[in-house]
Design a protein around this ligand. Sequence first.
Ligand code: PMP
Length: 465
Amino acid sequence: MDHFDAIAELDRQSVLHPFTYLKGHASGEGPVPVIIEGAKGVRIRDARGHELIDGFAGLYCVNIGYGRTEVAEAIARQAYKLAYYHSYAGHTTEELARLSDRLLRMAPGRMSKVFYGLSGSDANETQAKLVWYYNNLRGKPAKKKIIARERGYHGCSVIAGSMTGMNFYHDHMDLPVSGILRTGVPHHYWGAMPGETEQEFSQRRADELEALILGEGPGTVGAFIAEPVLGTGGIIPPPAGYWAAIQAVLRRYDVLLIADEVICGFGRVGTPFGSHLYGIEPDLISVAKGLTSAYIPLSACLVGEKVYAVIEEATDRVGPFSHGYTYSGHPIGAAAANAALDIVEREDLAGKAATRGAYLLQRLTQEFQQSPIVGEIRGVGMLAAIEFVADRAHKTRFDPALKVGPRISQAARERGLIARAMPHGDILGFAPPLVMNEGEIDEMVDITRAALRQVTDELVAAGHA
Ligand code: PMP
């Protein structure tokens, strides 16, 4: 047993990994633990020296790429100067005040204040409490239900996990809690009726949302939460007209809009926020991931004027805002975010995501559109997905037992590329660092082509394609 085998064994005996078959991992029968040692640019390296192109930027988060020393130095500088002080009762640091001002200037809509946490999940947990607090304070204590979308992903804590519209985040864990309602996923490819245009389909989704609100009673519905581009549920850009139609309904019934910008924020879709691209005017915004490019954990809730004015005004009656974490506004997180956002702005990573994302989508379309098992190729900015189907003409899915998506992802990995098999169908997802250049995009496409060919050949040989 060498040094790395010993580390892998230690891991097996001690770590409870997320999204892992625990028995296989603990017993050693599952895949060998992969020890990630280092990374630079768009490539990660394991302890055995194998290099992989990270076509998913970790978990859609390392937007500025790996190994950016300026961020490491900003973290170190702040740690030497002041590693920690809390932000309760008006305490602050220069980095925190600067970051907050900057976020408000970058953000869409009319945002007033920024509240900090450490993860996308806790940001959305805070958003739910803000919705309840706001409606209690303005004398509407029944207006509390939150509508989320099927296949939306908002985290895995208790309320955020309940908002997440995927059963496997709920099963056997007593979720969802009550008070979370669900509305349809805006995926034209699967959801549209024959001949229905994107506009008509969007309007139908908005009509369904309206019917849901009316059925429950508008006086009981507090908020709607959604990602500008649906992410983990399949990387699904909204169909034409979707956000305009949805927002018209929300305004009609005084329902707050929470934009979950955890993936879309900070350039990923080619604009500073996803809301900018789709004309979304949120009341509340959640950000995480790209905020520090994951160099250190940090999330934030941007609180719009409408909500903030009510909660500020109420302080005389109800006392201080009684919500916050030990690490809210952590100075090292703030320093890392400022350094990461300096890079995003200086290198115009939103602009690069727009042009290189268009290149990525064009290459994927050009290469794979004719493949007999490709149903849809979609994307926006540096988010893209290929959805595989058994029968293109009749739009039928593969038998899930064939694991077509995971097999293509695995075949790509064996050739040096991480592209993620997404849940709900056979979907290969791409969300590379925003610094990925065209040559590296070409490499991704080449590896994907080889992986797709291998799995197509296997399916044909077995009589499944
Ligand atoms: N919202 C969205 C849109 C996300 O994609 C994620 C994470 N993938 C979350 C929230 C939850 O973030 P975290 O994993 O940091 O809790």
